[in-house]
Design a protein around this ligand. Sequence first.
Ligand SMILES: [Mg+2]
Length: 268
Amino acid sequence: MPFNLPGVLVPLHLLINPRLVVPGIIVKDIRQLDFPALYKAGYRGAVFDKDNCLTIPHEDRLVPELADAWRECRETFGHGNVLIVSNTAGSHLDSGELEAESVQHHLSAPVLRHTSLKPSYACIKSIRAYFASLPRPIRDEELVIVGDRLLTDIVMANRMSRRAPPPIASTAATEKSSSMGVDSELARSDRVGPLAIWTEGLWKRENSALRALERGMLKGAERWVLKPQEQAWRESLQHRFVKPPPVAEEEKPAKEGWMRRLVRRFRG
Ligand SMILES: [Mg+2]
């Protein structure tokens, strides 16, 4: 794993603002996301992490189970509006941009070239420059940002949010909310920015201790920091944009313990 200075400094930022680690939506993987519903609500672009979100870490091909969901996502938002931002492919660690080229080919989506790792502000600047350069530019608040790491993907998404402008008179407010694109019911009262989506299921186990720490931070923030209205806002997002987990996953039998396996072997 490469040394990620912006990532190492995140805990200091979290001491000041623990909400940075809190996603708006939590899913097992992208199959649970209702992309047409997100589009209908006003979201126009998506940023995806690669490793353990779309691919097995350090591989360039999409996880086969995600094929339908990934196609639906790209068709919903449109080519060029779905961007892959990885701390491996396309970063300064990707010599000759070979991995970025390969991922771009296999996933049929552009990979951001960037010199500073997520969740740095320099990386955020590169993402904004990409979406601003599109024929129909996309603003931060029209983005969903999806990833499997709270301390990189989710913190980055939340760092892109800004304080909401103060409420204004009713007619002007209606004009304002419609001009902002995203359904005004979904906007948090105090912040404006991308929707942070955490994919908590892993395609391959890695960094277990770090992930346990991340989960602990999230639990702490949910329990001690979030206000009831913030929890209600998250629940409304979950209700509106998250589909049930794939049936095959639910039907999977519980893993047999070693004792049960031993008994079965003696019996059989
Ligand atoms: Mg990842």
